[in-house]
Design a protein around this ligand. Sequence first.
Ligand code: FES
Length: 192
Amino acid sequence: MATLGRRHILQWLWGVPFIAVILQISGILFSYGLPRKKTGTFGTVIDIGSLAEMPTPVDIPLHHSRGRFWLLNNENGLVAIANTCSHLDCLFNWNQEAGCFICPCHGSQFDRQGKVLSGPASRNLDRFPLLVVDADGQVIGQTSPEGKPLLLPSVALRGIPADSTESLAGVQVLPRVQVDTSRRFSGTTILS
Ligand code: FES
């Protein structure tokens, strides 16, 4: 009787890894079946226009609500700043009079780079990587691994750049700029 009981326990113990493997395989198959994120929505790479459509250093920051970022061009390049406060995730706004971002929840302020000017937030704002792609979708420029502002190719932002490519119809095609909202640089590690 005792042997029978032990055999049952052993059989059960052998079954556990088998069930675990089945569950793991089911999980993988299920995740493949999940619908992919819709292109152009938060969590994907979002096309934000051609080089000529990018803001200049004198333009005020543009809020991209679908992508959940603020786009702005500083003297040192283009940045896409995540639109949630580094304190407790409130949505902050650009205050043109003060010339900085101000969070309505507890009053933290951030400069145009996303650096903390005053708390309670203690860390800079997060940033999303930017990509510049040519007409074939090849990446010809991107944010550095440190998340620094992206210097756009040396182009007259309001004209046809020298490195524009030609489409089949013979029309000049400007490189396009994209924001990868599936990845981000933490404000804690961004230095400039
Ligand atoms: S959530 Fe922005 S200051 Fe607290």
